[in-house]
Design a protein around this ligand. Structure first.
Ligand code: SF4
Length: 354
């Protein structure tokens, strides 16, 4: 038992684990997460908020899939469902562990325990995600103790290795989170996330609470760790410029649904959905010759408790036609590997960024 735990807490190999993999590591099918709206003393159900409404998405081993959308699009809820921090209302979350798929959404809390070490999370806010009463040794070592039954000496050795891997001093393992800057705290969060050698990390807006000057350092660290450990990321962000440099593929969400999904380069250079075009128009570019007008979207994201008829985006879409308020467009393949949910993807000439 001790040997087994010791072997498991050793650092990962220096090679990507599944460079030639043909099967997804994560396969989400038809995922729905509805929150009931209850009113009155008797908590009578008066409706539902469809935070995630029928999303299917895959992540290959060693791949980064960026999940983007405005606040309220359902991307964070989807990430939490994948982690089983929230139980999805419907659908499956098939995760490949030891060569076989397990449906995370169907597992009980007890059945989930041995899976947890394979799938970890990096949180948005490094100021609130670390327990201020715990030392770095305790914070980073906790998943080793509960996930791998590691003993104190093993934990200390591994935590020191992890501090080194994420660029922090091994001398600081007995300090508390308040002694660190925001960027250093996020490095501690990342060290904790990779402690058990997971194959998938769900990163929920991991740089949005940080100074711009620190964001690039953390993104570079995530890329470096991916190359070294063969990690896959489901990278949740509201900012397309952040996902551009880290993602192999990008999925765009709007009111709980996927509206576009493609390889990063294809989605940025030739978007097929007007919502993506609008998001791209807000991406800052250093090129002064670039001519792309900022598309200002009218109004807010639609209410997921009472979405518009037809295409949910139609009240804000500058290309909307009569059919758009009546018929809901299906997510379909427009070009190989490029999916969009718009009636007019083939005829619209949407602007991308090079
Ligand atoms: Fe706009 Fe219509 Fe396409 Fe929806 S279906 S994105 S409203 S053009």
């Amino acid at each position: 038992m001790r040997e087994a735990a010791e072997a498991q807490v050793m650092p990962g190999t220096d090679l990507p684990r599944a460079a030639n993999a043909t099967e997804p590591l994560l396969r989400v099918e038809g995922l729905k997460k509805y929150f009931p709206i209850e009113k009155g003393f008797l908590r009578r159900r008066t409706g539902v908020i469809k935070a995630v409404d029928g999303v299917s998405i895959e992540v290959m081993p060693g791949e980064t899939v960026g999940l983007v959308g405005e606040s309220g699009s359902g991307k964070t809820t989807l990430g939490r469902c994948v982690m089983r921090g929230l139980r999805a209302t419907e659908g499956s979350i098939e995760f490949k562990v030891d060569g076989r798929y397990v449906d995370m959404n169907a597992l009980t809390g007890r059945e989930l325990q041995p899976i947890r070490k394979h799938i970890q999370m990096v949180f948005q806010d490094p100021y609130t995600s670390l327990d201020p009463r715990m030392t770095v040794l305790e914070i980073v070592g906790e998943p080793l103790v509960y996930g791998l039954n590691a003993k104190r000496a093993q934990v200390e050795k591994r935590v020191k290795e992890l501090m080194d891997v994420v660029g922090l001093s091994t001398r600081h393992i007995n300090r508390y989170p308040h002694a660190f800057s925001g960027g250093q705290r996020q490095r501690i969060g990342i060290a904790r996330a990779i402690a058990t050698n997971p194959s998938l990390i769900v990163a929920d807006e991991p740089v949005s609470a940080l100074d711009v000057s620190i964001q690039a350092q953390i993104l570079n660290l995530l890329v470096e760790l991916q190359e070294r450990l063969g990690l896959a990321y489901l990278f949740v962000a509201h900012d397309l410029s952040v996902v551009e440099h880290i993602s192999d593929r990008v999925a765009v969400m709007y009111v709980g649904q996927l509206v576009e999904q493609a390889k990063t380069e294809d989605l940025f250079s030739a978007p097929q959905h007007p919502y993506t075009e609008a998001l791209l128009s807000a991406v800052p570019r250093p090129d002064p010759h670039r001519k792309m007008d900022r598309i200002v979207l009218r109004g807010d994201v639609a209410n997921p408790a009472d979405p518009p008829s037809g295409c949910y985006f139609h009240p804000r879409c500058r290309y909307a036609q009569d059919i758009c308020s009546v018929e809901k467009p299906a997510l379909r393949e427009i070009k190989p590997g490029h999916h969009a949910a718009c009636h007019f993807s083939e005829t619209l000439d949407l602007q991308g960024v090079s």
